[in-house]
Design a protein around this ligand. Structure first.
Ligand SMILES: [Zn+2]
Length: 91
């Protein structure tokens, strides 16, 4: 129960909605039916490359996670980083 652990809980993967403490996404490919694991909500089937599929975050359906946390968006761009920089420098 330390502040450090609390911070860890609030960290998100690059999709912006999956916390680092969340379980893996279980994805069943919509095209070939292959089931695989992904650490973020946006993924392509490793077998056929299809981006669509039935996704579950552990036991929670994708739609429920999105309703709660918003749509996933990959944050590999520098925008997010700049905002973080700005916030930490403007305190
Ligand atoms: Zn597939």
């Amino acid at each position: 129960m330390s502040i450090g652990l609390d911070c860890e809980k609030n960290k998100y993967y690059a999709d912006g909605i999956t916390r680092v403490t969340d379980p893996f996404w279980k994805v069943k490919c919509a095209k070939c039916g292959h089931t695989y694991l992904s650490c973020i909500a946006i993924s392509n089937c490793p077998t056929c490359g299809c981006p669509d599929g039935d996704r579950f975050l552990g036991e929670t359906p994708y739609d429920e996670v999105v309703a709660e946390r918003g749509k996933p968006e990959l944050n590999y761009s520098s925008r997010e980083t700049k905002e973080h920089d700005f916030q930490s420098k403007s305190e």
